[in-house]
Each structure stands twice: as structure tokens, then as C-alpha cells.
Write a protein that binds this ligand. Structure first.
Ligand SMILES: C[S@@+](CC[C@H](N)C(=O)[O-])C[C@H]1O[C@@H](n2cnc3c(N)ncnc32)[C@H](O)[C@@H]1O
Length: 275
């Protein structure tokens, strides 16, 4: 695989800087729940960990804090992201991080070498999810675990008061993802992907973040971000009218007496068979 599938930081948002800010918000809001589910799945300090599709390093930073004695290998295809991560992590535990520029389907990492692989918001973007999971199985030690964190358009979340424009936005986003080789409904397939790739002892959990706990502000950066839809207009998948409808609905939503957002992500785990 030579492309980053349906994700390209240069095109995803109005500017790469705006996208970095969105990724940072997204890396923070559900982390508490993700971290405790990762531990529930068996992640322990001292384990050798691979993070695939690690992006600009915001989640790597979280892993460094969670696992102060672990060595972490990041695998990221986009050289811009690798540079961002190296700079960002320089004073944040980056000396325990090995940075690799490679694809999830061809990491060039050795066989049977790692205890845990963490794949967050990458499987929805790649056209060959089973091949990617097989590559993760190859590099894991027998008994090692792969955890995939991802989303599904049909259980994306709750917006209250609701607006049809948000449902339209999610559907348009799914269409864009499919047109670019990704799958915004991948959540429902995670179990089967792990099964097909030869993992066992499968598990599937949901984690969530909501505005009653975190305040509404982070949710205006992700997911209620009008700028993310500009690319869809360029792609001809959304009209200017639909974009304006979304913009106006967002304003109305934020001006309503007590707006509420709840986001749901899925976390799937599988173990590499012992022999
Ligand atoms: C939405 S970002 C998620 C970044 C990070 N995991 C997070 O949760 O903040 C998806 C990342 O996957 C990377 N990516 C896409 N296709 C890839 C591939 N085939 N191999 C490795 N990385 C890839 C992208 O460049 C991007 O950095």
C-alpha cells in the first residue's frame, strides 16, 4: 500500500494546522475510557507496543504516559506525520519511541516480536483491512494482542437537540470515505476482520465521550466541524446549500438551552494463537 487511503492531512481540513488541532482534541476526549479498556484487554506497563497509523503523536504521548516502562514503535505512512510526531514527542518520552515510516500492510518489522498492537482510527481509512490485520498478527508474539479502535456511522453518537443536517453530514462523510477507499461503517466489521486474519479470544467493547462531562467546546472542534465538509463540497458529494444548512444547524444547536453530544467508538481485541 502506498497511499494513506481515505485520510490525507493535507486535504482533510482547511489547513494541516486545523487538522492537527482536531486530531489533538479527538485524541483527548475519549482517552480515559480507551486507556481503561486497553488495560481490560490486557495492556500492561513494560510490554513492547506497536502503534500503527500513529499520526502526529498525540496518542503516542498518551501511551508513553500510560506505559512509563514500555518501548513503543510507531508505524506511520505519511512522512509529514512522522516528522510532526518526532518534533512533538521530543521532550515527551520520545526517547522510548521508535519511529518507522511504513505501511500497516508492510511494516518490515520482524515476526513474533511484540506484545501489543494499537490501531486507532486507521482501519476505517484503508482499503485492505484484513491484510493489515494479518500483518499485525505476523509481528505479534504468540498470545500478543491487537486492539482496533474505530467508529461506525450508524452508531456515531447522539446530538440533542437533534438536527437532520447532522445525520446528512454523517452520511455524506461515509460516501466520501467509500469514494476514497475507506469505510466509515467499519465498526460492525471489526470482529470479522480479526476472525478472518486468524485472531482468537475476540472481544468487542464500546467507549464513549459526552459533553455533560467534558463541556460542549471540544465537540465543536470534533465532530461539529463545518470545515471538514469543505472537501466534500469540492468532491461534489455535498452541495453549498447542504453545507450552509449544516452551518446554520450547528449555530442553532450551540445556541439551544443545553446542547448535548455523545460520541461512541468501538474497540475490538484479538489474540494471536499460541502456536
Ligand atoms: C485519522 S489519523 C489517526 C491518527 C492517530 N491514530 C490518532 O488516533 O490520532 C489516521 C492516520 O493513519 C495514517 N495512515 C493511513 N493509511 C496508512 C497506512 N496504510 N499505513 C500506515 N499509516 C497509515 C494516516 O497518515 C494518519 O496519520
Amino acid at each position: 500500500m502506498t497511499s494513506t487511503g481515505s485520510y490525507d492531512i493535507q486535504k482533510h481540513n482547511v489547513t494541516p494546522e486545523a487538522e492537527l488541532q482536531r486530531l489533538k482534541t479527538q485524541a483527548t476526549i475519549i482517552w480515559k475510557k480507551e486507556a481503561r479498556t486497553l488495560k481490560w484487554f490486557g495492556l500492561k506497563d513494560g510490554m513492547s507496543v506497536v502503534e500503527v497509523g500513529s499520526g502526529p503523536g498525540f496518542t503516542t504521548e498518551q501511551l508513553c504516559t500510560l506505559l512509563p516502562n514500555s518501548e513503543i514503535t510507531t508505524v506511520e505512512l505519511d512522512p509529514f506525520m512522522v516528522q510532526q510526531a518526532q518534533a512533538y514527542l521530543k521532550d515527551k518520552g520520545g526517547d522510548r519511541v521508535n519511529f518507522m515510516q511504513a505501511s500497516i500492510t508492510e511494516t518490515e518489522l520482524p515476526d513474533n516480536s511484540f506484545d501489543f498492537v494499537f490501531a486507532r482510527l486507521i482501519f476505517q481509512h484503508i482499503p485492505e483491512p484484513v491484510a493489515a490485520a494479518k500483518e499485525m498478527r505476523r509481528i505479534l508474539k504468540p498470545g500478543g494482542k491487537l486492539v482496533i479502535v474505530d467508529t461506525d456511522a450508524d452508531m456515531y453518537g447522539i446530538f440533542d437537540p437533534p438536527s437532520p443536517s447532522f445525520a446528512i453530514g454523517i452520511d455524506k462523510f461515509s460516501q466520501a470515505s467509500a469514494a476514497l477507499g475507506g469505510n466509515f461503517r467499519i465498526g460492525r466489521y471489526l470482529w470479522r476482520i480479526l476472525q478472518e486474519a486468524g485472531f482468537e479470544n475476540l472481544d468487542l467493547e464500546a467507549v464513549m465521550a459526552h459533553s455533560d462531562e467534558l463541556g460542549i467546546e471540544p465537540f465543536t472542534i470534533h465532530p461539529l466541524n463545518v470545515d471538514l465538509f469543505l472537501r466534500l463540497v469540492k468532491m461534489g458529494l455535498m452541495t453549498e446549500e447542504e453545507l450552509n444548512y449544516f452551518r446554520q444547524s450547528k449555530e442553532e444547536f450551540l445556541n439551544s438551552p443545553s446542547p448535548f453530544v455523545l460520541l461512541t467508538w468501538l474497540m475490538a481485541c484479538g489474540a494471536k494463537p499460541a502456536d
